[in-house]
Design a protein around this ligand. Structure first.
Ligand code: C2E
Ligand code: CA
Ligand code: CA
Length: 424
């Protein structure tokens, strides 16, 4: 949003004594904060005017209708010359749309009850439209959210979460170098839900730590099988690494890092094979804590990848401030690379930066040979994308390893373009 647009959303206005600022029954477009002066809030009780309140400096009015879009339930008149800060309705709409639906529902129900109580107080009949269609919609959303939350909690108990694995390929030899573990979940009705939806929900409802521990445990266990098959089929290649996504919230408590350390320690896996993928948000929001958390993880001997690079805050200073081993170039840049000169330049700059810092590079979201060629020429070490292979269950991944795929060169084996069967 531009500064100009922002200014239009919040501005000051002066009303003279006697001016009506809000009229009962009108639709709401603004809420107000009094900077200076006094106003009177009144409502009609039959043919009688009832003064509900007098408000002064620092007080807010007109906020109810901007939230629930119901007609104004009171009239507000300036008692003296009054300066107000005017806030446009649109200023509230985005945060409200993004808010937790359950909080939204609570807010709307409280407003509806308040309006009924106000009508009762005034001796008027309660407006039957107070529980309107939009409130019903919000209730449905909240209900869905509660059902999903319940299903997720039950799903964790009932082993309804799964991991799929997507190969990460060496852009040098074309062989599989490692895998990324990606979570999958189906609702009890069998509907697949994208991790882009259920991971943020798991974070919100405090389930991410448990889910994250389960993912690390499962990935390490499957990694054992992948490594066995790999050693057998590809004796000349180094064992594959296993990349596991870790939510910033998982690392917010030092005690949770101990849990992760225990899982790795107890499994007996070579920690050098484990890569934890974190996003920029963690590093930027609380750099001091992030430094401690990453140092602790590094002590275990695992490597750390910075995921979705370039999409978050992109403060370059953290690249040398933290012990990061791998940089994952986000899919959005790779996708547009062969059409947009700017995306190409961005990928080139990121690759140069990572190479200068001696970081390993993984380019995400490769869908075409042309992208692979460009990334290879830029010196990226690894690539990941549907062009090579889609995420697949552990069994299919073992079969894939057995086929000894090479994704580059004369003998290139190209993954079939079938969509991943169980994800959306
Ligand atoms: P991500 O970590 O960036 O994972 C890569 C996503 O890109 C995956 O989506 C993968 O299926 C998709 N992808 C890979 N190659 C291509 C391609 O060539 N084209 C396209 N269009 N997409 C490609 P997915 O599995 O839906 O995961 C979405 C996000 O959910 C992940 O993004 C990650 O942020 C999160 N996530 C998944 N599993 C976990 C987990 O176990 N823990 C945590 N904390 N987050 C997870
Ligand atoms: Ca990732
Ligand atoms: Ca990513």
């Amino acid at each position: 949003m531009t500064r100009k647009q922002m200014a239009r959303m919040v501005y000051s206005k002066r009303y003279a004594a006697g001016d009506v600022i809000i009229r009962m029954g009108d639709r709401a477009r603004h809420a107000y904060i009094i900077e200076q002066g006094r106003v009177e809030v009144s409502a009609q009780a039959g043919s009688r005017k009832v003064v509900i309140a007098e408000l002064g400096k620092g007080e807010i009015f007109g906020e109810m209708s901007v939230i629930d879009d119901a007609p104004r339930s009171a009239t507000v008149t300036a008692l003296e010359d009054t300066d107000v800060v005017v806030m446009q309705r649109s200023r509230f709409q985005r945060p409200l749309a993004a808010a937790d639906p359950i909080m939204n529902m609570l807010l709307r129900v409280v407003l509806a009850r308040f309006r009924s109580a106000q009508q009762l107080f005034l001796g008027n009949e309660a407006d039957p439209n107070i529980i309107d269609a939009s409130l019903q919609e919000i209730r449905d959303l909240a209900h869905n959210r509660i059902q999903t939350e319940k299903a997720m909690r039950q799903g964790l108990e009932a082993n309804a979460f799964h991991l799929h694995y997507q190969p990460i390929v060496s852009l040098d030899g074309g062989h599989i170098a490692g895998f990324e573990a990606l979570m999958r979940w189906h609702t009890p009705d069998g509907i697949p839900v994208s991790p882009a939806t259920f991971i943020p929900l798991a974070e919100e409802i405090g389930m991410i730590a448990e889910l994250g521990r389960w993912a690390l445990e499962t990935a390490i266990s499957d990694h054992r099988e992948f490594t066995r098959t790999f050693r057998h089929c590809e004796p000349g290649l180094p064992p594959p690494f296993m990349s596991v996504n870790v939510s910033g919230l998982q690392l917010s408590e030092m005690s949770e890092i101990e849990h992760l350390a225990d899982i790795i320690g107890d499994s007996g896996v070579d920690p050098a094979c484990i890569k934890l993928e974190i996003t920029e948000t963690l590093l930027v929001q609380d750099p001091d804590h992030a430094a401690d958390a990453l140092a602790k993880l590094k002590e275990l001997g695992v490597s750390i990848a910075i995921d979705d690079f370039g999409t978050g805050y992109s403060s370059l200073s953290y690249l040398h401030q933290f012990p990061l081993d791998t940089l994952k170039i986000d899919r959005s840049f790779v996708t547009n690379m062969n059409q947009s000169t700017n995306s190409h330049r961005i990928v080139r700059s990121i690759a140069q930066l990572a190479l200068a810092l001696e970081m390993d590079i993984v380019a995400e979201g490769i869908e075409e040979q042309a992208q692979m060629d460009i990334l290879q020429a830029l010196g990226c070490h690894h690539g990941q994308g549907f062009y090579m292979a889609r995420p697949a269950p552990a069994d299919d991944t073992v079969s894939l390893i057995n086929r000894r795929p090479r994704y580059i060169g004369e003998t290139a084996y190209l993954a079939d373009a079938q969509p991943e069967a169980t994800s959306i």
